[in-house]
Design a protein around this ligand. Structure first.
Ligand code: FAD
Length: 435
């Protein structure tokens, strides 16, 4: 097993830094068990890291950091059941490619593919499409190493309560080593991005969500413009113009946007004109490609992010209130607001628990002050019964979370039972869960 002594670690956004005593890279299930048993004997704690793409201090530790980077890839595929068992450390990019080579794809994904599957499900990572739950809902079985060093299997039918708790569990209940996922025969997606008026978009939300497999929009703050994105399954072959489209996505959405963002950081009064300019530059793109390629977008420009789920039918009201708030306060922000839909589920800590959800995300360019803006947005989300995304910034306390997540107490009871000595805790999670 690879192990690296005392090393500084930071998350993707650069907001969380820590210096673990040791970073370990087990390369088998047995080695994961060994790390857990040794840590337990030595009275140390363990945090698991996927790709470090969470904005919150979930992974922070000054003790043992365990990475599953050496446990990646597809283990088996069951063609009859259409399920794939994969190592939890598998990065979504590799997972998409490996499944595709075998004739399969995931039913939905978020907007990047850098995360590990273990990390993505542990925080309830989601894409968009009102018929689809978060990535955690694609999971049908898990293999977990518990705090006692036991290997535990669970699924919808075998230890179902524990399974519902584990599907989004922030690494608190054990180390997920294998994930069994429901998959679909590989499919192509027809992707269309277009510029639209904000009011037109808000007045047609039901039509757009109901008539497209995937629909999302980005509102360019300080303007009346949105970029609307639609995706449908198609039998058409992959389009040939993808090099030009790649240039638009990488050159405009990343290169040019980074340059403009630096301008905003140095001269915050430029945020309004730059948001207006960005709105004008929204690329009209239409292309066909393999689903795992088109769901993911390159994201090179670094930022901080807060995202909340609210009831799906509140999208319009929340966005109108956000617009009023921005008109009043003119926060120095130029990143668009990202609006998506997720189907309700029955996963205990899922923000979409028992309700179809609208997810609204606000961003701030790295290095620019974000607190006042995020706090104002959070006040609005909370008014509409908002529940935070676990991987993204929020300011809720344990008591606030208990009010908002109906299965909070049940999750805490299982956490206490599974990890009575707090092997998988860190100070952030102890505070958040009041343990
Ligand atoms: C640029 C960017 C784009 C993003 N886009 C989206 C998006 O489209 N949709 C969305 O919902 N979110 C999105 N996110 C958030 C991101 O998907 C989540 O924060 C996700 O958890 C990150 O995965 P990771 O592998 O980096 O996990 P990490 O951040 O490393 O870990 C997340 C949590 O999972 C736990 N964990 C990781 N692996 C395991 C394991 N094997 N067993 C047990 N626990 C484990 C960790 O301990 C931690 O608590 C985005 C983030 C960034 C930076």
């Amino acid at each position: 097993m690879r192990a690296v002594a005392m090393q500084s670690w930071k998350n993707w956004a650069g907001l969380v830094t820590s210096t673990p005593q040791q970073v370990v890279y087990p390369s088998s299930l047995e080695e994961v068990v060994q790390v857990v048993k040794e840590a337990s004997q030595q009275g140390k704690t363990i945090r698991v890291v996927g790709s470090g793409h969470s904005f919150t201090a979930l992974v922070e530790t000054d003790q043992i950091l365990l990475s599953l980077d050496d446990l990646q890839g597809v283990i088996t595929i069951d063609d009859e059941e259409q399920t794939a068992t994969v190592w939890a450390g598998t990065k979504l990019k590799l997972l998409g490619e490996s499944l595709y080579e075998r004739g399969y794809s995931q039913e939905n994904l978020g907007d990047i593919n850098a995360q590990s599957i273990g990390g993505a499900i542990s925080t309830g990572t989601h894409g968009t499409g009102i018929q689809f739950g978060s990535v955690s809902t694609q999971v049908v079985g898990l293999t977990v190493v518990t705090a006692q060093g036991d290997i535990l299997e669970c699924s919808e039918t075998y230890h179902p309560e524990l399974f519902r708790a584990l599907q989004v569990s922030l690494g608190l209940l054990g180390i997920i080593v294998k994930v069994r996922l429901r998959v679909l025969p590989a499919y192509n997606i027809h992707y269309k991005s277009k510029r639209m008026n904000l009011n037109d978009c808000l007045n047609n939300l039901t039509t757009f969500t109901d008539s497209h497999r995937h629909f999302e929009f980005y509102w360019f703050v300080h303007t009346n413009v949105v970029q609307a994105k639609f995706m449908q399954i198609t039998q058409e072959p992959a389009s040939k113009n993808s090099v030009w489209n790649q240039f638009k996505k990488i050159g405009i959405e990343n290169g040019l946007f980074w340059f403009l963002s630096e301008g905003c950081r140095l001269f915050p009064h430029l945020c309004v004109p730059i948001s207006k300019l960005s709105a004008k530059a929204v690329p009209d793109i239409e292309e066909v490609g393999a689903s795992h390629k088109l769901f993911a977008t390159p994201r090179w420009v670094r930022f901080s992010e807060m995202e909340y789920s609210v009831p799906a039918d509140k999208m319009k009201e929340v966005m109108e209130e956000i617009r009023e708030c921005l008109q009043e306060h003119r926060f120095a922000v130029h990143f668009p607001i990202e609006c998506r839909y997720v189907k309700g589920d029955d996963i205990w800590l899922s923000p979409a628990y028992k309700r179809d959800s609208a997810y609204i995300a606000v961003h701030m360019y790295k290095g620019m002050p974000y607190k006042a803006y995020f706090q104002a947005m959070e006040r609005i989300f909370l008014k509409y019964d908002g529940r935070p995304h676990w991987g993204k910034l929020h300011e809720l306390t344990s008591a606030d979370l208990q009010e908002r997540f109906p299965m909070w107490n049940q999750f805490k009871a299982i956490q206490k039972q599974m990890d009575p000595n707090g092997l998988f805790l860190n100070p952030y999670l102890s505070r958040l869960f009041g343990v």
